[in-house]
Write a protein that binds this ligand. Sequence first.
Ligand code: PEP
Ligand code: MG
Length: 328
Amino acid sequence: EAVALMKLRHLAAETTDGLRVVLQANLEMPRDAAQAVMAGAEGVGLLRTEFLFMNRDDLPDEEEQYETLREIMEGMGGRPVTVRTLDVGGEKLASAISRRHGESANPALGLRAVRLGLREPELMETQIAAILRASAHGPLRILLPMISAREEVEAVRMVIGRVADRLRAQGRQLPDRLPPLGVMIEVPGAALAADTLADVSDFFALGTNDLTMYTLAIDRGDERLAHLYNPLHPAVLRLLQFTIEAARRASIPLSVCGEIAGDPRYAPLLLGLGVRELSMASAALPRVKARIRELCLTEAVDCAAAVMRQHDSATIATLLDGCGANQT
Ligand code: PEP
Ligand code: MG
């Protein structure tokens, strides 16, 4: 089976009726790039940059961050890379950085991610500078975590413009066009207001891990509640549907980069809802691709519609497993 999956590497992720789906990798460490390429990733849909800040007391400077990003871009051999700005706070690295600003009573709802970057401009500007410099080495996009309001996106866009001016004044060669700026849709309010965010964003990345957690008010890391943590809950599915529709209306690309993207069981649902890009851990790529290659889009659309009318998880699972089953 492993051999069969490896052969898929050079085949397109295409349904039986010819819909081409883009499959990308989520990276957590620079060394993950090689594995992503090996597994056939068409790019990086989510580069988590927290690793740069982990297990150390000091902060990485612009040069260090730039060098690391450049290595990753080179590792990906010219494929597009989506770099997410620092997502600390909450369950991620209750780090020295966030502690400097005092403890939050509710860390998951506290000063984290972009909120922290806007409050501590030097932190964000250093990272943006490194990212802009790396963008000279290949196609790159900037992704903002934990966005809840348009104003945050607009504020970061200002920061990017300012940093680009500074770099150019220093004689750095930057591409004429600054990288596309996208947002993670992972807060329920962002999903419900996806149409207003689409106006100010160049692309969306659906973060179903946090979206499920915040929608259902269930800590994604709490083992005792794991049985209730369900990305197929109707509330989560409706938010996905609304967000996908908003992206389609605004004609901006959307990818799904939460764990559900890497689970082949969900492929018919996501494709049927209109998703055309998935980003996942490299190890999951071959299986998801194999599933997509046995699916028929028109059938997936019917299947997704049926799932949206269902409330029972067991029935939903049966519907999804049955989609395209008679094709093979
Ligand atoms: C998500 O929240 O779904 C996501 C992709 O980001 P992370 O898992 O890094 O929070
Ligand atoms: Mg997240």
